[in-house]
Design a protein around this ligand. Sequence first.
Ligand code: 4NP
Length: 168
Amino acid sequence: MSEKSVNVLFVCLGNICRSPTAHALFQTRVNDRQLEHSIMVDSAGTGEWHIGCPPDKRAQKVALTYGYDMSHLQARQVSLADFSKFDYILGMDKQNLADLSAICPDHYQGVLGLFLREAGIDHTDEVPDPFYGDEKHFENAIQLIINAVDVLLDRIQKEHNIHSCPLL
Ligand code: 4NP
């Protein structure tokens, strides 16, 4: 195992709907593979409106129907320091990526990209913002995220030569 963890940051606009959902689901996959000492997960928003707030109730409700409790998460805003800490900074949509690119230091050596694209999903590259939508928009968002978390984790493990612990 390498001594430094691989750090993954999911980013959306408010950090209350899409990125905390990706955070919670990806963290669960990391834990399931017993990789929590090798891969660190976080999420943040490009906006500041919801700093300190828990995930949106509608996002929490749909996540719970799939068995994911994300009530412990708290929104924060992305910062310049994140580019020093995170090896993967993954936006949910193209506006998130544009906003991240605008503040990304020239010397950033990590992967800055779209979550679905970096996961290798080829039929769509954005997780659309469900905030002004209804239940089916939240359902659509979590479905896209569910389909991408395992393949993203496979990619990261492969790129960093991180092996899952064999089951005893
Ligand atoms: P998120 O959704 O970016 O997926 O967390 C949004 C949350 C809040 C707002 C927009 C999108 N807002 O305008 O407050």
